[in-house]
Design a protein around this ligand. Structure first.
Ligand SMILES: CC(C)(COP(=O)(O)OP(=O)(O)OC[C@H]1O[C@@H](n2cnc3c(N)ncnc32)[C@H](O)[C@@H]1OP(=O)(O)O)[C@@H](O)C(=O)NCCC(=O)NCCS
Length: 300
């Protein structure tokens, strides 16, 4: 079937068609409203939206997200197929292959819908296109309906330069349980991954001047406390402890500090993700009163 399909990026005149597809209820992150908003904000782009045509009929659609100031898409947000298109998997796989280097595919769901057949189909297409590693990330949320966590005074939090953050990111990547960090380090090396992480966090809408490095009473580096935000609001950008300081519960100090800083800046909802396999971080969120509200599946 897909041999006869024509693949191309979106033209401005396709907008109505694309919005119609995205207005259908689905497991996709992208809705018609979200598409319109993110297109205006440059985090969706015509050139990052791929269409598959069977003659004049739209058969399939794939929507990628990237930073507004970025030069490439970072995450696949939606796969749509016409009900008349037959098995969508080969077509979706072909659409996913259009973006190179490959971007991750993020699916937002809840634990009860983890095995939804619509999700399974999309993950099959992702795997067929080479995104064979599936990472489950727990999504956490703190709201101002809960008390602020205890704010221990063991550590000192100081602003730092990009260079100092890159050095710290490099140190904390050693022995990390975070899947994306481990993959990035394996692929690009610890230094390159640290520099890329600093650049990515700088592209997030949270204020750069709120990033902190944490030091113990002996002035030794403990870790990173990086409050941030995405388009949806305030987020825990990054919590990390250098290997030689792990096992003292410092992750909780850093998360408490971030929560206090964001709340002081007016946040009433703070969101965060962590890999289901990152057990110390999962325990830290739960201990500090963050509620697990959803699941993010990441194919890479
Ligand atoms: C996750 C992290 C912040 C935990 O920091 P921490 O201050 O050591 O956390 P805790 O002290 O609460 O650790 C709880 C337990 O997990 C263990 N642990 C912590 N990090 C570990 C790691 N990377 N690998 C193996 N075990 C680890 C601790 O030794 C401790 O074990 P114990 O109870 O037997 O003493 C730290 O591992 C880290 O910086 N990882 C890299 C970055 C990262 O994953 N950040 C989270 C992204 S959302």
């Amino acid at each position: 079937m897909e041999a006869s399909l024509l693949f191309r990026t979106m033209a401005e005149s396709d907008l109505g068609l694309v919005l119609t597809c995205l207005s259908e209820p689905s497991v996709n992150t992208t809705t018609d409203d979200r598409f319109r908003e993110h297109l205006a904000a440059h985090s969706y782009r015509h050139e990052w939206t791929w269409l598959a045509f069977d003659g004049d009929t739209l058969a399939g659609l794939a929507v990628w997200w990237g930073f507004p100031a970025g030069d490439r898409p970072l995450a696949l947000d939606a796969l749509w197929a016409s009900p008349a298109a037959g098995d969508p998997v080969p077509m979706w796989a072909e659409l996913i292959r259009r973006v190179s280097p490959p971007a991750e595919y993020h699916i937002f769901t809840i634990p009860e819908h983890r095995d939804d057949p619509e999700i399974a189909l999309r993950l099959r297409a992702a795997a067929e296109a080479g995104l064979t590693t599936l990472n489950e990330r727990f999504r956490y949320e703190w709201t101002s309906a809960s008390p602020l966590p205890d704010r221990p005074a063991r550590l000192r939090y100081v602003p730092a330069t990009d260079e100092e953050f890159a050095d710290a990111f490099e140190r904390v990547s050693v022995g990390s349980l975070d899947v994306a960090t481990r993959e990035g380090v394996a692929r690009h090396g610890a230094r390159a991954q640290a520099l890329a992480d600093v650049e990515d966090y700088k592209m997030m809408p949270g204020p750069r001047e709120r990033w902190r490095l944490a030091y113990d009473a002996g002035k030794n580096l403990v870790g990173v406390a990086l409050p941030s935000a995405n388009a949806g609001g305030p987020v825990v950008g990054y919590v990390a402890v250098v290997p030689e300081q792990r096992g003292h519960g410092y992750a909780a100090d850093l998360l408490a500090e971030i929560t206090w800083m964001l709340a002081a800046d007016g946040a009433t909802v703070i969101r965060a993700d962590t890999d289901s396999t990152n057990t110390p971080m999962v325990a830290t969120f739960e201990r500090l009163g963050y509620r697990r509200f959803a699941l993010r599946l990441v194919a890479s």
